[in-house]
Ligand binder design. Sequence first.
Ligand code: NAD
Length: 464
Amino acid sequence: MEHLDALYATLNAHAPALGRTRANQRIARLQALKKALRAHRSEAHAALRADLNRAEPDTDLNELLPVTTSIDYVVGQLRRWMRPEKHGLPITLIPGSAEVVYESKGAVLIVSPWNFPINLCLVPLVYAVAAGNTVALKPSELSPATSAFLAKLIPTVFPPEEVVVVEGGVEVAKALIDHPWNHIFFTGSPQIGSQVMASAARYLTSVTLELGGKSPVIVHPKFGAEAAGARVAWAKGLNAGQVCIAPDYALVRSDQRDAFIQGFKAGVLRHYGEHPSENPDFGHIVHERHWDRLDAWVTEARTAGAQIWQVDAPNRSEKYYPLTLVWDVSLDSSVSCSEIFGPILPVFTYIETADAIAHVNRGSRPLVLYQLCHDRSWSDGITAATRAGATVINDFYLHYMHPSLPFGGVNTSGIGKSHGIWGFREFTNARSIYRRGRWSPTMLLSPPYTDWKKGLIAWVSRWL
Ligand code: NAD
């Protein structure tokens, strides 16, 4: 893969020039990206329909809008973010001045997944460009129509020495990672994220890892179990559950489980009708491999005695998998232990709130912990007793849409943050600059330590 060596060399050579660009030059690039995206909206719709049977309004809301609103937000903030940050001085450093400069990292690599393939390529790109980096962008091989769309779109906005899209599969991703990038921004599964981090360690390349895992939704006993079930049905239906921040499983008080299940079924009917398989608003599974995984997990649960409800029949040739409920399922089954990333919802029960907290804390730290709850002290108690990348109360996904909230996980659900100033700083090096005045007392504090210097140090130490 020698062409990747040449590509890296070009981006690396051009990085210093891009790092010197001013805010208005970076803003012009971002605005050009927004314009191009708007101009090619119908091609984006077609690509997502081909890759994921994605409904066009879903593409507008979940792919294009997050990119254009990120651009608007960044454009409004960038001058302030790029300004050197002045810091006061401790007495020992007077006279002088201190500041932090947020400089570009250099040549960076962005590796993205297939589930929101425009959003998850271009939102990180917005922040990388805002920070003044050159970028190689590697979309997923599992969403080939969208990868081809991006490979056509990006050269209309950026010259190849600034941003380049590299199409290809796992081998291409591995070969790309095996270069001394100044930063790697990876979005994908925890398993591959760990491999990416190990490869990056070879060059001590810094990484942002936007990963996944099991995000629970805990339902308060007084929320209304049927309403909760219906709400979760909507959240689980989005992109056929192939969302990193989808509610992975539900925790409901044991006496309310049946009402929750009824609510979920009613919610599925309301949003997708009796036959979501025929509904163009319900997405399909990205690849037969993932379809097989989901079906094998449901079969495993059924064989072990779990209760299963499916709105209609799975259809492998269409890559259609129905919204599915699983309950009375053991804690060591695959749906209980692994990130589902599909339209299957296991329902677990608790008796005391402490049981629900213990259930969450037995697993790895979630990307999001959802709560359906109108009792502030109950929800504060759950938040305090758990650790998660984010917590959303009484709705789903909305934290992702807030432009200045940090987005990301913790430990296995992710390392580092994106969005807002957090996203900008992830792609920059915070460089401390201390400038000493013409005269400084530190000159007096060097050897030889004569008696008067020792006395001075003892006197100064009283204030330290
Ligand atoms: P994945 O980890 O299989 O693949 C992601 C990207 O990594 C793809 O571009 C792929 O080509 C590349 N890749 C695959 N194997 C690689 C390797 N060995 N070395 C280097 N790169 C490699 O993930 P996926 O199936 O595309 O996406 C699903 C996962 O992504 C889920 O776990 C989901 O939770 C997570 N996700 C996280 C976020 C987030 O923002 N936190 C967003 C979307 C998806």
